[in-house]
Write a protein that binds this ligand. Structure first.
Ligand code: ADP
Ligand code: ZN
Length: 752
């Protein structure tokens, strides 16, 4: 018995905030447990829900019955249910939306509705009804309502179908959900690399130290967050793998998260080597069927470790005893659509709820994480040296600023006008190719990155209030601050040096590829960015070729900066290293430091030492200075100072409110009304909201996205609970409208 009563509280994946009450039929009472899926009637539909509690009575008079239990066991355990509740509270969402986020689509799929025409003839009124009936007859037999609806776009379909049902001209059938039983899982798209088992080496003493700390916590039990800060190539992955082995020896399962699984086929190799046949994989590249199979393998305990990207944080592993987050600083852990959660932060919360250790690893920890170590919330573990004492690569910065003025003048190191590669980088490339070694060229050109910069002195237009770069809006011929709404007219005169030398900047990887091919016509050159990796498996293929030495020069966006370990790479070039620095984002310097340190970290992992050339307009910026010295801690100190001075996280908390809609005036008005309401609220309740700043409303940096106009408000405050309370109230204040939607982003990363 599981404390069950006559009624069950069921959460269905929908925006409904409260659990719904259903009666448990007598014949299901013995089988039903908390955390199980059930099929329940909701309106005219049948939907899947999760049982969260049992109650023995209800004051409701009309209670519907649970229809069936599709599975043999619960799909969510207690800690995972509590994590959902925590998410709903913290991210100001509904528990139903949380479940819709956590459960894979076909686990929560409602019953399939099929429709068939009656064999009898009916006198049908209305053109649409007649056409629907004719279509159905021509199909002979049942078809799904969804498929039929697609044949009749343009409205009115469901109403017409309803009338047909009422006159019994058609019949709708609900096929209840069934658990797909006894199906062999489809293997995910993963191919072993064929590299031989590298065998087990002796751990360095630093690795041993880190492993010991984690192992002790595993033995003793209880929650603890570790930050494993280890320079690139210091053997962090080896520490994770051994800790996971320890967990398994203790009968616990473990979860390891990576930013993008298609970029880390090597990790899959190593996991399969250590846990043959016991590795589950979850990521967005799986088909629905693969995801379904993986998910059930995990629920049933058929795997000991799960590796996955962001959403794997919800993997329903029984006896989960260790959570690892590799490259914990990576922005891809932040979900940017729908329910905007941060998987690294959730890892820590889940570990706390499970009472187990959590290991966050990085060569360039997030400022928040390192600050958490200083505050004693995380335990710092350090790996200061590369394995086998390999040196870190030598990093040189190359100043892109012109030394002289006037047309046609440039110094010898500078790229020619319109070109991306400097002579120094070109020579290095040629030399590296001649020696049969591999080169990596990084250009992080994001779709939206136009800003005004002085081509003489490197000056970038910044907001006086926010110390972020202002964004060039060509159409309005002005520059805007996307944090506070400040605006200036765009001119070509540089406020730094007074010359008419301000220019919009923008160059992409495609142009770079062309330049490289012209310079090295006989080299094998490949490009890796969103455009070249659209197809399933294309990442893996490129990375395998890169690993196997079939590519001489790999160029690309931030994708190429992530964790691969290829020993032939000895030269790394960063072409326009300032790009990420000039994003209108307070994390711009951190992001730049991380990207460059990571891409630099790809060099010199084999016998040959590596070198890195960073081309920049701002070589004196502290981010570049510290990259050059591989000095994370000094970077952290400088960055902390900046964050503290401007009251940014981790020294304050942020909630980002975005309003969007199809009618610009309406969005603007709603945003302004909300801003006024928020300010009034802060004045009215000074005791709770004293330290809260309301920034904006301002148009979003990307003022129109997918046909919707966007405005935003940023809330900043020292105290999390007060900030969340105020932000939570906005949900009831913004008028429910067909046209304007409010999105709340707690701890935002991307405010574009
Ligand atoms: P990181 O994750 O810190 O970048 P990895 O764990 O990928 O580093 O290790 C880098 C390389 O060094 C890998 O090829 C790994 O197999 C190897 N390695 C790890 N630990 C050791 C060790 N103690 N001795 C020798 N090689 C090691
Ligand atoms: Zn500003």
């Amino acid at each position: 018995m599981h404390g069950r009563g006559l009624f069950a509280q069921v959460i269905v994946p929908s925006p409904i905030n409260e659990p719904l009450i259903y009666e448990v039929p007598t014949d299901l009472r013995d089988r039903l447990e908390i955390g199980m899926r059930v099929t329940v009637p909701l309106g005219k539909r049948r939907v899947a829900g999760i049982v969260v509690a049992f109650v023995s009575e209800t004051h409701l008079t009309q209670v519907k019955q649970i229809i069936e239990i599709p599975d043999e066991k619960p799909v969510m355990d207690g800690p995972l249910l509590r994590l959902s509740e925590w998410m709903a509270r913290y991210y100001l969402s509904s528990i139903g939306e949380v479940l819709a986020t956590i459960l894979p689509a076909n686990v929560r799929r409602e019953a399939r509705r099929t429709v068939a025409a009656s064999p009898r003839e009916f006198p049908v009124a209305g053109g649409l009804q007649k056409r629907i009936l004719t279509e159905l007859r021509s199909r002979k037999g049942a078809t799904t309502v969804k498929a039929l609806a697609r044949r009749f776009p343009g409205g009115g379909f469901y109403r017409a179908l309803d009338s047909l049902v009422k006159m019994e001209a058609v019949k709708i059938r609900e096929r209840p959900m069934r658990l797909l039983k006894n199906k062999r899982p489809t293997p995910p798209s993963y191919e072993p690399s064929g590299t031989p088992n590298r065998g087990k080496f002796a751990l360095t003493s630093e690795q041993q130290g880190a492993l010991r700390a984690i192992g002790e916590r595993l033995d003793r039990g209880g929650f603890e967050s570790f930050l494993l800060y280890g320079v690139t190539g210091s053997g962090k992955t080896e520490v994770y793998l051994r800790a996971m082995e320890n967990a398994r020896l203790g009968g616990r399962r473990s979860l390891i998260m990576v930013p993008e699984i298609s970029l880390t086929p090597q990790l899959l190799d190593r996991l399969n080597e250590r846990f043959p046949g016991r590795v589950g994989v979850l990521h967005s590249g799986l088909t629905q069927a693969q995801r379904w199979n993986q998910w059930w393998d995990i629920v049933r305990g058929n795997v000991d470790v799960v590796v996955g990207a962001r959403s794997a944080i919800f993997a329903p592993l029984p006896d989960l005893g260790l959570i690892v987050v590799d490259e914990e600083h990576d922005p891809s852990y932040k979900q940017e659509e729908g329910l905007r959660y941060h998987a690294r932060d959730l890892a820590v919360v889940r570990g706390k709820l499970l009472n187990c250790p959590v290991v966050l690893g990085s060569a360039t920890p997030a400022v928040e994480s390192f600050e958490n170590c200083r505050g004693g919330r995380y335990t710092l573990l350090e790996l200061t040296e590369r394995v086998e004492r390999r040196p870190l690569p030598k990093v040189v910065t190359l100043d892109l600023r012109s030394q002289k003025t006037g047309p046609g003048d440039s110094n010898d190191e500078q790229p020619l006008p319109g070109a991306l590669l400097s002579p120094a980088l070109k020579d290095a490339l040629k030399e590296n190719l001649g020696r049969g070694l591999q080169s990596l060229i990084f250009l992080n050109r994001r779709g939206f990155a136009n800003f005004l910069q002085c081509r003489l002195c490197g000056f970038v237009l910044r907001c006086t209030h926010c110390s972020v770069a202002m964004t060039f809006h060509r159409k309005q011929q002005s520059v805007l601050c996307h944090h506070c709404g400040a605006r200036k007219p765009a001119r070509d005169v540089c406020p730094g040096c007074g010359h008419r030398s301000l220019m919009p900047i923008g160059a992409g990887t495609e142009q770079l590829e062309q330049e490289l091919c012209d310079w090295l016509p006989h080299a094998r050159i490949a490009r890796m960015d969103r455009d070249t990796t659209g197809k399933r498996g294309s990442h893996e293929r490129l990375i395998r070729q890169w690993e196997n030495g079939e590519i001489d020069v790999l160029l690309g966006t931030q994708m190429i900066t992530k964790g691969h370990d290829v020993s032939g790479v000895t030269l790394v070039g960063a072409v326009l290293a300032d790009l990420s620095l000039n994003l209108p984002d307070f994390r711009a310097a951190e992001r730049t430091f991380q990207l460059l340190s990571q891409v630099a970290g790809r060099a010199g992992r084999g016998q040959e030492p590596g070198r890195v050339i960073v081309q920049t307009y701002t070589p004196d910026h502290y981010a570049f200075q510290h990259v050059q010295r591989h000095d994370y801690k000094s970077f952290f100190a400088a960055e902390s100072e900046f964050r503290r001075a401007l009251n940014y996280p981790p020294f304050s908390r942020l909630v980002h409110l975005r309003l969007d809609g199809t009618k610009p005036q309406e969005v603007e008005k709603t945003a302004k009304d909300l801003g006024t309401w928020l300010r009034a609220q802060c004045q009215r309740q000074p005791s709770s909201y004293r330290d809260i700043e309301v920034l904006g409303p301002a148009p979003a940096p990307i003022t129109k996205l997918r046909g919707r106009y966007r405005w935003q408000i940023l809330l900043k405050g020292k105290k999390g609970p007060a900030l969340l309370r105020l932000a939570g109230q906005t949900r009831t204040v913004v008028p429910r409208s067909m046209h304007v939607r409010l999105h709340i982003d707690v701890d935002p990363y991307n405010m574009l």
